[in-house]
Design a protein around this ligand. Structure first.
Ligand SMILES: *Cc1c(COP(=O)(O)O)cnc(C)c1O
Length: 396
């Protein structure tokens, strides 16, 4: 081939305000470009220990089994489910959007007996409904919920869920891909048994690793399996031996540069402090939501259960939402997300995750939205959305 047909990479500089990946701090990019170590090098083994300790702090857990699975958030989801579910095991899955449905799909592939609790997109599931299903189904191995449903912007309440599951002998699996590092995640206080996340959302690291923590109860369930885990790559027993201090049995080659990146992004998270970081996410989300309300958008998620990291809003009536997103990208270098599944063509999903959650980004996306809506003759008073956002900032 003609080598000049593929010039050196120089991607456009975009402002990433979609459902992920989010903006990455320069310190993380620098860490990624530092020299490689062998994955069994003593210094790299120390780095793995450091990352495990950082992940425990961010997950708020004492679980010894706390690692970064090699793969994106979906690999974390698959690892959690494939290790806990054996053919014939019953699993209750709350499906309130794309990611709950993905969990249900994986349960099926594990040969599990799926009990799917469908919830209208944008709503959360009442504890009572899960309790009723646990009573009715008898022996249930796993209850799986998405804490932060990125397709709808709704945040599932977690209070009492772990206790309820354990009272019925079930394990609790939680997807925290769009909450870890942006919204409180309390693995031990929730009594959750398998919790996974992804690096490219509120942790503001490139995609490629899936933080995963398993409770001692979950590990006992893995040990008590009658059948081998269907996936060789994601088998928690083998991966545990790779991450276990003193063992480090070769299993697969860790993605070295990604581990460097995660280590630096977790340093940034812990330097800021979790509570300060959660408050920052709430503050910028409130300003954005005030701004888009002035543009005629209404929230998709149920009141009182809206995610600050992923703001899902219905586009104003009569607006071609796809044309607006195209204008944002082409004319302003701003990426926001559209709707998935039944919400396609109806909503915008504006991510304010990690590094993306900043005042200048909120004001930039509002100004760009206003201009794009004006082109369709659908903009309200010029400057109205910025004024609403600034008013929200003045109050906070
Ligand atoms: C993004 C996301 C995933 C999947 O993560 P990938 O990194 O895209 O594989 C799973 N669950 C939720 C809630 C997500 O937002």
């Amino acid at each position: 081939m003609n080598v000049s047909a593929v010039p050196e990479l120089a991607p456009p500089l975009r402002l990433l305000l979609g459902p992920g990946p989010s903006m990455v701090h320069p310190r993380v990019l620098r860490a990624m470009s530092t020299p490689l170590l062998g994955h069994l090098d003593p210094r790299f083994l120390e780095i793995m220990n450091e990352v495990q300790a950082q992940l425990r702090a961010v997950f708020r857990t004492e679980n010894p089994f706390t690692i970064a699975v090699s793969g994106t958030g979906s690999a974390g989801m698959e690892a959690a489910l494939v290790n806990l579910i054996e053919p014939g095991d019953a699993a209750i899955v709350v499906a309130a959007g794309v990611f709950g449905n993905r969990m249900a799909e994986i349960v099926g592939r594990c040969g599990g007996r799926l009990v799917k609790l469908d919830v209208p997109w944008g709503q959360v599931c009442e504890l009572g409904r899960i309790e009723e299903a646990l009573r009715k189904e008898g022996k249930v191995k796993v209850v799986a919920v998405v804490h932060a449903e990125t397709s709808t912007g709704a945040q599932q309440p977690m209070e009492g869920l772990g206790k309820l599951c354990h009272a019925h002998g079930a394990l609790l699996v939680v997807d925290t891909v769009t909450s870890l590092g942006g919204v409180p995640v309390e693995v031990d206080a929730w009594e959750a048994d398998a919790v996974y996340s992804g690096t490219q959302k509120c942790l503001s690291c490139p995609p490629g690793l899936a933080p995963l923590t398993l409770s001692p109860r979950a590990l006992d369930a893995v040990k008590a399996r009658k059948t081998k885990v269907q996936s060789w790559y994601l088998d928690a027993g083998m991966v545990a031996d790779y991450w276990a201090e003193g063992k480090r049995v070769y299993h697969h080659t860790a993605p070295i540069s990604m581990v460097y990146a995660l280590r630096e992004s977790l340093r940034l998270v812990l330097e800021e402090g979790l509570e300060a970081r959660f408050a920052r996410h709430r503050r910028h989300s409130a300003a954005l939501m005030a701004g888009v309300a002035a543009l005629g958008c209404s929230p998709q998620a149920q009141e009182g259960h809206r995610l600050p990291s992923l703001n899902c809003v219905r586009a104003p009536a009569g607006v071609d939402e796809g044309a607006v997103r195209k204008a944002l990208l082409n004319e302003h270098d701003i990426e926001i997300g559209g709707g998935l599944g039944p919400l396609a063509g109806q909503v915008w999903r504006i991510g304010l995750m990690g590094e993306s959650s900043r005042q200048e980004n909120v004001l930039a996306v509002l100004a760009a939205l206003e201009q794009a809506l004006a082109k369709q003759g659908k903009a309200p008073k010029p400057g109205a959305s910025l004024a609403a956002a600034l008013e929200s900032y003045a109050r906070s």
